[in-house]
Design a binder for this molecule. Structure first.
Ligand code: 9MR
Length: 555
């Protein structure tokens, strides 16, 4: 049947900052300007204007017009935009609009920690659970995990870290990217936010405490000295078969294995280790030293074994396969150069940020420039100018992409197909826009970075807020073993601030295939727990949301 997306007036359902941008989209076949009005919670009209005809948003398959209520700058709650008889979802206008989301998007990580109980005093009764994977029956991991039979003859203690996503696996490549994004948001931010986590009372900023939980795990994945492939890093650890749904981590009875090392995982540890060495230097000397040393060991090992690729396919866990690691070499080199200033690393930086690539767990070339952007003092004047130029070119391209879509979005795949995790494409491209705004002071980049949040929070083709607990029509059935309330009422829904992967043209799961045939790319999404290819959560997606909402909260 025809899917019902509710009101054709599409807004950021959380709201807008008083300073703007204040934009919305109206779905209509009419092509002449129409009257809109902004009403407050008491239904009083506080602003009026005319829509701007736009035309077809091709990736959404909708004819739309645009609304800009930027002239209205007062704060308040319960506003609605009205066009004719159509009324938007309600929203706020507030300076502290993103404070809570910033915090909760970071608390996602504590909720997904492995190897520690998730305590009610931090998360509340609904989300509390026992520690998973400490070798306590029925668990068989992660304190002594053997390699896949035949691939090595040792076991490693790889406890801790964060579960990857809805499953119980822990994967190095995207796991390192997520930790990296938290360290980068720490460097971006001017104000630390307090999180409800066990380390809350220590002197270290909470976001660094949270990232350390993951970094400790990542370092444990390194092959010990004296073993074949010493210094390389195991690609992943997960169950021998996918665990069933509605299963708390502590109840997972399956055998878990370490999967063979890969060059990509090794270079990810080199990159995050180097960033950790630099960032924690003033907070936790011991960790910083351990990180930098692991990073340098990893780099040397990757040089010795530059082409060990993770195999595709497999069962029980995601492949995170990648057969091009020149970009991982370049990113690791940039982070090692940023940490040490050594010319030998600098010479190995071979990539810069590119609009077509953006960045992701698989494509890390652009991260080299984002690493350099944090250490301008290591660059000559001319190198700095060139760096800002490269980032600006990409930002210009994302700005054009955003402006050329009726539902403003800096993600606009050239082949017209939305990928698995498309919402992280939106958030990561917005992060590049925000960094470009920092470097150039250009207001249009800042505005575009913020407008990207409008897309994620409801101003889109399906009137969907992709963030649990934020917006009238929010995603709350994401694919997750423990946050599986829709399958078992004893289990909770996702913790607030959890970002769904988002529309995926590939329809790569049975629920998507049953429900979304023929969907326009931006509509290939369903808030059902079984749709893992459109509606899963993942650490490297929530890290992108946390970065962007931190930026917005300080804007
Ligand atoms: O984010 C990953 C995406 O880029 C891939 O296309 C997809 C299929 O390989 O896998 C995604 O990662 C999933 C991983 O394989 C297993 N855990 C859940 C991850 C998020 O859906």
């Amino acid at each position: 049947g025809v899917r019902d997306f509710g009101s054709p007036v599409r807004v950021n359902q959380l709201g807008y900052l008083p300073s703007g941008p204040h934009r919305a989209t109206y779905v209509t076949d009419q092509t002449t300007p129409l009257d809109w009005k902004l009403v407050d919670a008491g239904n009083q009209t506080v602003a009026v204007g005319k829509t701007t005809p736009y035309g077809l948003d091709a990736l959404a398959g909708d004819s739309v017009q645009l609304i800009d209520f930027g002239a209205y700058k007062r704060s308040g709650t319960g506003f609605k935009l009205v066009v004719g008889e159509h009324i938007s979802e309600p929203f706020d206008i507030a300076t502290n609009l993103y404070s809570k989301l910033r915090q909760e998007s970071l608390e996602y990580f504590y909720n997904n920690r492995s190897g520690i109980p998730i305590e009610a005093k931090y998360v509340g009764d609904a989300w509390a659970r026992e520690a998973g994977h400490l070798g306590v029956a029925p668990n068989k991991g992660d304190t002594s995990v053997p390699c896949v039979p035949g691939s090595c003859d040792y076991s490693l203690d790889v406890r801790g870290g964060w579960y990857d996503a809805g499953d119980h696996g822990k994967y190095v490549v995207n796991g390192a990217l997520a930790a990296w994004q938290l360290l980068d948001l720490y460097e971006e931010s001017e104000r630390n936010v307090s999180l409800k986590i066990p380390e809350n009372a220590n002197r270290v900023p909470d976001v660094l405490d949270e990232a350390k939980w993951q970094i400790d795990f990542l370092l444990r994945m390194q092959v010990p000295a004296g073993q074949p492939l010493a210094g390389m890093v195991h690609h992943k650890i997960h169950d021998v078969a996918w665990t069933g749904m509605a299963l708390a981590p502590a109840a997972d009875p399956q055998q878990r294995y370490l999967y063979p090392p890969s060059t990509a995982a090794t270079l990810n540890v080199a990159a995050i280790g180097a960033r950790c060495g630099r960032v924690y230097a003033r907070w936790d000397r011991a960790l910083a030293t351990r990180c930098l040393s692991a990073a340098q060991t990893a780099w040397k090992a990757a040089e010795l074994h530059p082409a060990i690729y993770a195999p595709g396919g497999g069962v029980g866990g995601g492949p995170y396969d990648d057969v091009k690691v020149t970009d991982e070499f370049s990113w690791a080199a940039a982070e090692l150069f940023a940490a040490t200033g050594k010319a030998s690393y600098k010479r190995r930086i071979t990539t810069g940020v590119k609009a077509a690539d953006g960045f992701s767990w698989q494509e890390t070339g652009g991260l080299a420039d984002l690493a350099l952007a944090r250490v301008p003092w290591r660059l000559s004047m001319i190198e700095r100018v060139k760096l800002v130029h490269r980032i600006s070119i990409v930002a210009d391209s994302y700005l054009a992409d955003l402006r050329s879509q009726g539902y403003a979005n800096p993600y606009k795949p050239a082949n017209g197909q939305y990928v698995w995790g498309s919402n992280s494409g939106t958030a990561n491209n917005a992060m590049i826009l925000a960094i470009a705004a920092d470097l150039t002071g250009r207001a249009s980049y800042r505005s575009a970075a913020l407008e990207s949040l409008d897309y994620l929070l409801g101003r889109n083709a399906i009137n969907q807020s992709y963030v649990t607990g934020y917006g009238e029509r929010d995603s709350h059935n994401q694919h997750h073993r423990f946050w599986s309330h829709s399958l078992n009422p004893a289990y909770p829904s996702p913790y607030p601030g959890s970002l769904a992967g988002g529309p995926n043209s590939g329809l790569q799961d049975p629920v998507a295939q049953r429900n979304l045939q023929g969907c326009a790319p931006a509509k290939c999404y369903i808030d059902e727990i079984g749709s893992y290819s459109t509606n899963e959560v993942a650490v490297n997606w929530n890290s992108a949301l946390a970065w962007l909402t931190t930026y917005a909260d300080e804007s």
